[in-house]
Design a protein around this ligand. Structure first.
Ligand code: NAD
Length: 514
């Protein structure tokens, strides 16, 4: 069945001088605002905290982007009480009204697009063009889930003579959203507005390293008219406040996006019934990937090289959808590696504020050290085909390509989440698919081929949530490429897709004899 209808918003066209100027001005404005304090937002008010953490610009540590007030566990408990108190009225609020708040939030984000992009660039080091696309994605989530909830609210009618039968949806209750730093606006916004529009009172616990952007998102929801207690902003330590809310007996839904380690832990903890708890929790956990692109002997190599470079090194490989393995068939292996290396050398690494920049820094010192360890490991396991230098200030790491990587090697199995690409040589297409499927993950995957039988076989056997044929494997668009994985890449239905909101709802059926 063909899907028609939803059309997302357009990204900024940086080819226009006017747009570039607007972006530059937004950076100037945001720089004036650096270093301010952001507090949690509970029951319609900003509340003070006793501990604070600095959020730094990963390109330039001297810039404190903001100071984040961290919620205590006692305050998290209060937030939970406020959410419970606000739930009955929110549940009864007509869907149209809830959906209109999302639409209003989308409009406000569109008005503040250049400014929000600048905050993303400065807080998480994302190149500005990609930050702009992320703002589009956040807006799309608002518009799409608003429309989706209105569709679901119609329910299903199964009337027969003498009897009405109505299938309807009601909200589950309290939703806890736990978001990652790598799509600090889009993912936090998507999970939050999905929970809200479905009628759940929602607490947003962002990643520590991206809490300024989520504070900006909080401003937007407030301005859009979200009632007090319905949405609360609860920045805090994941292992403390995050874990507390996951384990809370009043939590109904946990929408998590982040690492496999934390996701598995949340899934297990949420399954334990707590004293006084009268329901089982629903867990949505979107986790990591070890995504592969297969390049066969019939592929258009120009296209394949460009697609692999973009997928592997865009945002320094810090996307769950990023390509970290490329599996190349023997007949074209050497030619492909040579061209891949040449193309990677031409990437612009550096100033993330410029629209021409493709590779920026990685998020923080922990990440940098972890990636450097993997690079060291790679040097023991495989051949260095390319190791590019990077700026010395900030947490920059130049792109690294390893060739002749064994399919079961550490750098071919574990998620590195940095600009490191493993190239694996295989003899035939069957082996390529086996290697591609030979990890714990199943998130995205790609194939470059002009052989119909290979394309057909990949569609049937390549075990990934999102398969991309003859294009790059990142940049899923809401309601065009609903996004999410399976195996140890996640549980839950695809974000930006037609099943997503069902996870936040309780279906009920009502029969009346008339
Ligand atoms: P992370 O798992 O370290 O943190 C994610 C969130 O969990 C943060 O808000 C953190 O504070 C919180 N947290 C940490 N410990 C917790 C605990 N014990 N209980 C409750 N919450 C806790 O992940 P990250 O470094 O922020 O993000 C990167 C990871 O996210 C990568 O693995 C990436 O692949 C994955 N990711 C997946 C998707 C997807 O859609 N599948 C999208 C983006 C990122």
């Amino acid at each position: 069945e063909e899907k028609e209808g939803f059309v997302g918003v357009a990204d900024t066209d940086f080819a226009e001088e006017e747009r570039r100027k607007k972006s530059r001005l937004a950076f100037e404005g945001v720089r004036q605002e650096l270093g301010k304090t952001y507090l949690p937002f509970l029951n319609g008010e900003y509340v003070n905290t006793t501990t604070f953490v600095d959020s730094l610009n990963p390109s330039r540590f001297s810039e404190v982007v903001g100071k984040i007030g961290l919620l205590s566990v006692e305050q998290a408990e209060e937030a939970m009480k406020f959410a419970k108190a606000a739930f009955p009225a929110w549940k009864k609020t007509p869907v149209k009204q809830r959906a209109d708040i999302l639409r209003q939030a989308g409009e406000l984000m569109e008005e503040r697009r250049a400014e929000l992009s600048a905050w993303i660039v400065l807080e998480v080091g994302k190149p500005v063009k990609e930050a702009d696309a992320e703002v589009s994605e956040a807006i799309d989530f608002c518009l799409y889930y608003a429309e989706e909830m209105e569709r679901l609210d119609k329910g299903v009618i199964y009337d027969v003579v003498g009897e009405t039968n109505r299938y309807i949806y009601q909200p589950k209750g309290i939703a806890v959203v736990i978001s990652p730093w790598n799509f600090p606006l889009a993912i936090a916004c998507g999970m939050t507005v999905a929970a809200l529009v479905s009628g759940n009172c929602t607490l947003l616990k962002p990643a520590e390293t991206s809490s300024v952007i989520t504070a900006k998102f909080t401003e937007i929801l407030i301005e859009a008219g979200i009632p007090k207690g319905v949405f609360q902003y609860v920045p805090g330590k994941g292992s403390q406040v995050g874990a507390y809310l996951v384990n809370h007996p009043d939590t109904h839904v946990i929408a998590f996006t982040g690492s496999q380690e934390v996701g598995c832990r949340i899934y297990a903890e949420a399954a334990i019934l707590k004293p006084g708890q009268k329901h089982l929790k629903k867990v949505i956990a979107e986790m990591g990937g070890k995504n592969a692109i297969i390049v066969d002997e019939s592929a258009d190599l120009d296209q394949a090289v460009v697609g692999v470079v973009q997928s592997a090194f865009g945002y320094s490989g810090q996307k769950c959808s990023a390509c970290s393995r490329v599996i190349v068939l023997e007949p074209i292996y050497d030619a492909f590696v040579e061209r891949l290396v040449e193309a990677t050398k031409s990437l612009n690494i550096g100033e993330t504020e410029l629209p021409s920049t493709q590779v920026g820094p990685v998020i923080d010192a922990n990440s940098r050290d972890r990636i450097l360890e993997y690079i060291q490991k790679g040097k023991e396991e495989a051949k260095v085909a390319l190791e590019l230098p990077a700026p010395t200030q900030g947490y920059f790491i130049g792109p690294v390509i390893f060739s002749e990587v064994p399919a079961n090697g550490v750098i071919a199995q574990q998620e590195i989440f940095g600009p490191v690409l493993a190239v694996i040589r295989v003899q035939d297409f069957q082996e390529a698919l086996e290697v591609a499927n030979g990890t714990n993950y199943a998130l995205t995957g790609g194939l470059y081929s002009r052989t119909p039988s290979h394309i057909e076989q990949a569609q049937a056997e390549f075990e990934v949530g999102n398969l991309y044929i003859n294009r790059n494997i990142t940049g899923a668009i809401v309601s065009r490429q609903p996004f999410g994985g399976f195996k140890l890449s996640g549980v839950g239905s695809k974000a930006g897709g037609p099943d997503y909101l069902l996870q936040f709802l309780e279906p009920r059926h009502i029969t009346e004899n008339i």
